[in-house]
Design a binder for this molecule. Structure first.
Ligand SMILES: O=P(O)(O)O[C@@H]1C[C@H](O)[C@@H](CO)O1
Length: 282
């Protein structure tokens, strides 16, 4: 388990990044598996690798590059993109997983956009759909693995943050409206089940999640969203549906990791188009 990152570490990391960058972002984006496409439309790029930033380890998952890309979108908004995230299953302390989110806040970000690849549970969903996250069930949090466990540093936020409107209602409305304007009828609005992984789910895991109202399942995002809200960011999140739950005991395997990256890569242009429109309207 890596060391715990405290407020002073985040300050040091931000000072390091700001000493190298001229962009002052107001929007932060976390790219999930295969979802780095937004980087292609960013102008005036400034890139810093995680491995060059004090206190940050390298990412270990394929398609999670491990760098921040700062720059301007065609609409003129300055953004900070986290290309590659840390996952709990990689063995990191939770404070590492959420360190980039805390850095974003200290760098001036106000709106946080989280993306991920997820398995579709809702049987009306298709592979390639995008789901704007309405709410979540955060299983690691139930089990005592929330990133807010431990001494609370008030500079990050309050001890008991209310998260009733975690995925901001107004931002969700705006995102769904943008999807409608772009004619993206494959954009859904549903519930994300966040599990620890790294193994995928059993048939009965999936049945349980589906029965309890979850529309998609993945291994990230919820802890980052909670930390974002804790530190005062407005949060919105979306999943790219990379595979679909097949409720059959005859099927050997309903998903594999390479397929997840491949499928999401194919849908990347839709995600970045939607994000570009959404950010231009903030
Ligand atoms: O970072 P995300 O949530 O997009 O990554 C998903 C969850 C696992 O890391 C991996 C499983 O296929 O993709």
């Amino acid at each position: 388990m890596s060391k715990k990152i405290v407020y002073e570490d985040i300050q040091e990391m931000v000072e390091f990044v700001q000493s190298k960058m001229t962009i002052r972002p107001t929007v932060g984006i976390v790219c999930g598996t295969g979802l780095g496409g937004i980087n292609e439309v960013i102008n005036d790029k400034e890139i810093v690798k995680f491995s060059d930033i004090p206190n940050l380890p390298q990412t270990t998952v394929t398609s999670h590059a491990g760098q921040f890309v700062l720059g301007r979108l065609p609409c003129g908004k300055e953004v900070m993109v986290q290309q590659g995230r840390y996952h709990f299953y990689e063995g990191h302390d939770q404070s590492i997983i959420v360190a980039p989110i805390r850095m974003m806040k200290l760098m001036g970000v106000e709106t946080l956009i989280l993306t991920n690849a997820a398995g579709g549970l809702n049987q009306s969903y298709s592979i390639g759909d995008i789901m704007v996250i309405k709410d979540h069930i955060y299983f690691p949090g139930f089990a005592g693995n929330s990133p807010l466990v431990g001494p609370n540093d008030k500079r990050f936020g309050e001890r008991f943050p209310p998260i009733y409107n975690l995925y901001d209602r107004e931002l969700r409305k705006k995102m769904l409206k943008c999807a409608e304007q772009l004619g993206m009828d494959f954009v859904r609005h549903g519930i994300y089940a966040s599990v620890a992984g790294p193994h995928y789910e059993t048939i009965f895991d999936m049945r349980f999640l589906l029965k309890n109202g979850c529309d998609a399942v993945g291994m990230s995002t919820s802890g980052e969203a909670i930390c974002g809200a804790h530190i005062g960011l407005k949060v919105v999140a979306m999943s790219g549906v990379s595979n679909k739950f097949v409720d059959s005991e005859e099927v050997e395997n309903f998903v594999d990791g390479d397929e997840v990256t491949q499928v999401v890569n194919n849908g990347v242009s839709y995600v970045s188009k939607l994000l570009e429109r959404f950010i231009s309207e903030l």
